[in-house]
Design a protein around this ligand. Structure first.
Ligand SMILES: Nc1nc2c(ncn2[C@@H]2O[C@@H]3COP(=O)(O)O[C@H]4[C@@H](O)[C@H](n5cnc6c(=O)[nH]c(N)nc65)O[C@@H]4COP(=O)(O)O[C@H]3[C@H]2O)c(=O)[nH]1
Length: 955
């Protein structure tokens, strides 16, 4: 429900109404004042009209009197008939004239004669006097002013013979005439001839004797003979004057005419119109409605010495009659004001409504403006973002190697951004207006090209299409492109669009990576992966062609020695040289690959012009056997070659395995030999494999055991330590010598867990023996550490943990290292040795003398013991070189404050030699073979020493 708003008078409307009413009142007052003025003027005009008419009438009466008097002046004596004739028309003309008289002065003396004379004509005539309505014969007086001539006689008979001078008013008039010499009028008086109450007045003009002087009052009195008089009915006079002028019809005026002063009721001659009652007497409404102007027009006029006063009073008029204009003005003004106020009210309200509407619209507009501004801002933002995006796109396009292209519905290029032509050194004509396969015809003959065209025909998007184009500069460049179909708004196919980029760099680097992935970094030869591929191809070719094919597995002899003694750099140099020689030794169509380390594989195929023969193998061996200059020294490197011939059976892997087996066979035959694979060789290889598999399980099956070989001090002849040597008790193979499996364990990495077991077991054993030494000097336990173990990052922690775990004092542990462990990274090896030394253990170099740089590192390394390799000890008695080496080593070691332990001492001579040359200790079969722990304990308990050993040996 909507609440109707209460509409109140607005200030503007109220003001308009107030002003309108004020103006209306002012106008009303002004118009009223005008009306009043007009009324006043009108009243005065009307009043003046009446008084003027009366005045004119009186003047005419005076003129008539004077005319009558002239008669007597001109025609004296005037007969009665003359008089009658003269006055008759005048009487007719002026009906208000009661009578024309001629008064004759008759003295008392003349009275009788006169009366007598008159009676002749008018029997019974006597001079009369009139007193207050009573007519009687005149008393005696000096003179009488007798009505001598009278017209009309009939209507005035009672006044005939009347002494007119008897009445005081007449007497006073005659006196004034005589005084002034002017005609005079009496005041109102009661006429003798009048039967009613109508008062009259007499106008008198003297008649002097002809020729008598009348300059002064006396002369006039003396010359006065009589007088002419006009008797006038005063009321009729006024009434007739007004009537004849048509001035009595005005009901708005009251007229009072007074004769003589003061103007009062007694002097009232004429009254016309009812004067209004006194205020308050009448009905208030009637009084309000009857507008009383209260206007009085007074005119005083002296007629023949007698004052006439005319009073005209405006009578109350209906207010509406007199104030129609002002009322209309007022009403109109009020109406107009109300209408204007209503108009203003409506305008204000409308204006308010409009204002409210405008406010509402303005608010809406503002909100809409704000929304619009927000929309515009958003649009601008979006446009800017779009612009930025486009600019970014263009900049990126400009910066990047990418370009943008478009094709029409027939796959013809319609546009390609410049980057393509600039970067590719391609003239636009080669592409614009042509399809991709027009420009790259190989697409039509290659599978990838046909696939691509099929995708386009199917309107499918494509990505990363890679192809190569030779630029106008002759350089082959690779490109990558992706595209998608374009449809118009009606879904009609319009062509393709997409981006492209040059990927030559990537392709080259991919090729490099590919090369690296398939080639050995050091030698640049195909690696194992590529070898497999080439081998597959060679097998396929052999299968196709029926030609034989050989696989050579080439292993360098004593490469380990070179590597260990001269270092990796020299080893690498040697490998590179060998690789080059192998490549030159075979035909270019053959493949030479590096399999691993110092192992190479050559795939030799047979061609029509060159059959395969062992000469090729010989040639390869000779090429390798050429001297090599390493670090300024000449080295002679030989190789062992295993040859597997492809007979149409087997696969690539079998061929390499067979070549490997053959190579092992060749190695067994001695250095610089080659062997063709024979199925029998496979047995040995099979055994290796069996051992490897069994080795993996040996540890968990507890098939390992340790034997201990005593180390004997040459000075005291007593056992001072033991070397722990690993034994494998295989359930089928029996006791397997370390020589058969340690190398394999190293190759497979199994040496790490096995070595840890050896360390823990040997330490535990040493700790046990220490507990039961019964006061004997503690023995040192020597444990072999392989190069593989040495390179374990947690070696130091493992050893420390084992020592802590077993409780063996570190000084009782001797770690035997081969020279090869120092060769990879000398600095790191020194650091590691120091850490091991820091544990408190003893370090010894095993197999000393077999390495090249033996003497060089001794000074720097924290070594305690040198163990002279068995191979030197073996021939010291028979080979002076070996004897010299051993002697030198002992001297050198002692110079460096190292103890020397000789290995593999088998006889007394060797012992004696060593003793003579100051060797500190020995170990070997001469004293004892490696034995089970119980036997070792037994030896120790027996207190076995060198002398007893020699006696035992001798025994
Ligand atoms: N002909 C002859 N031989 C003697 C004589 N005195 C000792 N031997 C043998 O010489 C080898 C000495 O050990 P090695 O030089 O460290 O050479 C060891 C060592 O390099 C390795 N080996 C043995 N046990 C372990 C082990 O626990 N760990 C590691 N890493 N290698 C071990 O296996 C090699 C061979 O060990 P074994 O067969 O036990 O062979 C032992 C020992 O039985 C002798 O008078 N005449």
């Amino acid at each position: 429900m909507t609440r109707r708003r209460k509409s109140t008078l607005t200030v503007a409307a109220a003001c308009t109404l107030a002003v309108g009413l004020l103006i209306s009142c002012v106008l009303f007052a002004a118009v009223g004042a005008l009306e009043y003025g007009k009324m006043q003027l009108d009243f005065e005009q009307r009043a003046n009209l009446r008084t003027s008419a009366i005045q004119r009438g009186l003047n005419e009466a005076v003129q008539v009197l004077k005319v009558t008097n002239q008669l007597f002046v001109a025609a004296a004596p005037v007969s009665r008939q003359q008089f009658h004739d003269f006055t008759a028309p005048l009487l007719q003309q002026y009906p208000f004239i009661q009578a024309f008289n001629y008064h004759r002065i008759v003295t008392l003396a003349e009275r009788p004669a006169y009366e007598a004379d008159m009676r002749r004509e008018f029997p019974g005539f006597t001079i009369t006097e009139h007193d207050n309505g009573v007519l009687r014969p005149a008393g005696e007086r000096p003179s009488y002013d007798v009505v001598h001539l009278l017209e009309p006689m009939d209507a005035n008979r009672r006044a005939f013979g009347l002494d007119s001078g008897y009445t005081p008013q007449m007497q006073r008039a005659i006196d004034e005439i005589l005084t002034t010499g002017e005609p005079r009028s009496t005041g109102l008086l009661k006429l003798a001839q009048s039967k009613g109450n109508e008062p009259g007045l007499v106008m008198v003009t003297p008649v002097y004797r002809a020729g008598a002087p009348v300059g002064s009052a006396v002369e006039r009195k003396a010359a006065w003979q009589g007088d002419t008089a006009t008797v006038i009915r005063a009321t009729s006079l006024v009434s007739k004057i007004l009537q004849s002028a048509g001035l009595l019809a005005d009901s708005g005026l009251a007229l009072r005419v007074y004769i003589g002063a003061p103007a009062q009721a007694g002097n009232l001659v004429f009254s016309h119109g009812e004067l209004p009652d006194a205020p308050g007497a009448a009905n208030p409404l009637a009084r309000w409605l009857a507008f009383h102007q209260h206007a009085l027009y007074r005119q005083t006029y002296t007629v023949l010495g007698q004052p006439w006063e005319m009073r005209v009073t405006a009578l109350p008029q209906p207010f509406i009659d007199t104030h129609l204009g002002s009322l209309c003005t007022l009403l109109g003004g009020v109406l107009f004001s109300v209408l204007m106020a209503a108009l203003v009210q409506s305008l204000v309200l409308r204006s308010r409504r409009v204002q409210m509407l405008v406010d509402a619209r303005t608010t809406e507009l503002r909100l809409s403006n704000e929304r619009l501004a927000a929309d515009v801002a958003m649009r601008k933002h979006t446009e800017r973002a779009l612009l930025d995006s486009e600019q970014r796109f263009r900049r990126l396009l400009a910066l990047s190697s990418d370009w943008y292209w478009e094709q029409d519905a027939f796959f013809r290029f319609t546009s390609i951004t410049d980057g393509f032509f600039e970067k590719g050194h391609i003239s636009p004509g080669r592409f614009i207006g042509r399809t991709r396969w027009d420009s790259t015809p190989e697409m039509l003959s290659t599978r990838w090209g046909r696939d691509h065209i099929a995708r386009l025909e199917a309107r499918l998007p494509f990505s990363n299409l890679e192809y190569a184009i030779t630029g106008d500069d002759g350089v082959l460049r690779w490109y990558n492109t992706s595209g998608e179909p374009v449809y118009d708004a009606r879904g009609e196919f319009k062509g393709y669009r997409g981006t492209g980029s040059e990927i030559t760099e990537r392709k080259l680097s991919e090729q490099r990576i590919q090369h690296i992935a398939h080639h050995d970094v050091l030698t640049g030869l195909p690696n194992r992966a590529l070898l497999q591929d080439r081998l597959g191809q060679a097998i396929a070719y052999a299968n196709r062609s029926g030609h034989p094919m050989w696989v050579l597995l080439i292993d360098l002899d004593r490469f380990k020695f070179v590597n260990d003694s001269l270092g990796h750099k020299a080893g690498d140099q040697l490998l590179k040289t060998v690789a080059e020689r192998l490549q030159t030794a075979v035909r270019s169509s053959d493949t030479v690959a590096r399999l691993s380390g110092d192992e190479f594989v050559a795939i030799l195929g047979e061609s029509n012009d060159a059959a395969l023969s062992p000469d090729i193998v010989q040639r390869v061996m000779q090429a390798v056997a050429q001297p090599v200059l390493l670090e300024g020294k000449e080295f002679f490197v030989t190789c062992s070659i295993g040859v597997a011939s492809y007979d149409g059976n087997g696969n690539a892997q079998h061929l390499i395995e067979h070549a490997d087996i053959a190579m092992y066979a060749a190695k067994k035959m001695g250095r610089n030999m080659f062997q063709f694979y024979e199925p029998a060789m496979n047995e040995e290889a099979q055994e290796r494999l069996r051992i490897e598999n069994a080795l993996r399980k040996a540890l968990e099956r507890g098939e390992f055991a340790l034997h201990y070989q005593p180390q004997v001090d040459l000075e005291s002849g007593r056992i001072i330590g033991a070397e722990a040597l690993l034994r494998w008790q295989h359930p089928e193979l029996g006791l397997v010598s370390p020589a058969r499996f340690i190398g394999l364990a190293e190759e497979t990495g199994l040496i790490v867990p096995i070595g840890a077991w050896v360390l823990r077991t040997a330490c535990a054993q040493a700790r046990e023996w220490l507990e039961h030494s019964h006061g004997h000097a503690p023995m040192r336990m020597a444990v072999n550490l392989s190069a593989r173990q040495f390179s374990q990052p947690d070696l130091v922690q493992t050893i420390a943990a084992v020592l802590a775990e077993t409780g063996l004092p570190p000084a009782c542990l001797e770690l035997e290292l081969t020279e090869s462990v120092f060769m990879n990274d000398v600095a790191q090896a020194v650091s590691l040795l120091r850490q091991l030394k820091a544990l408190g253990v003893t370090l010894s170099i095993d197999d000393f003398g077999t390495g090249y740089s033996s003497l060089a590192y001794l000074r720097d390394f924290p070594i305690d013991v040198l163990k002279i390799d068995r191979s030197f000890v073996n021939d010291i008695v028979t080979d002076p070189d070996d004897a010299a080496i051993v002697v030198s080593v002992i001297a050198l070691a002692h110079n460096l404050k190292l103890r020397v332990v000789a290995e593999g001492v088998e006889n007394r001579e060797q012992l004696d030699f060593l003793q003579q040359h100051g060797c500190d200790a020995i170990q070997g079969y001469y004293f004892s073979r490696p034995v089970a722990p119980e036997q070792f304990e037994h030896m120790a308990r027996q207190g076995r020493h060198l002398d007893s050993a020699s006696s035992t040996m001798a025994a």
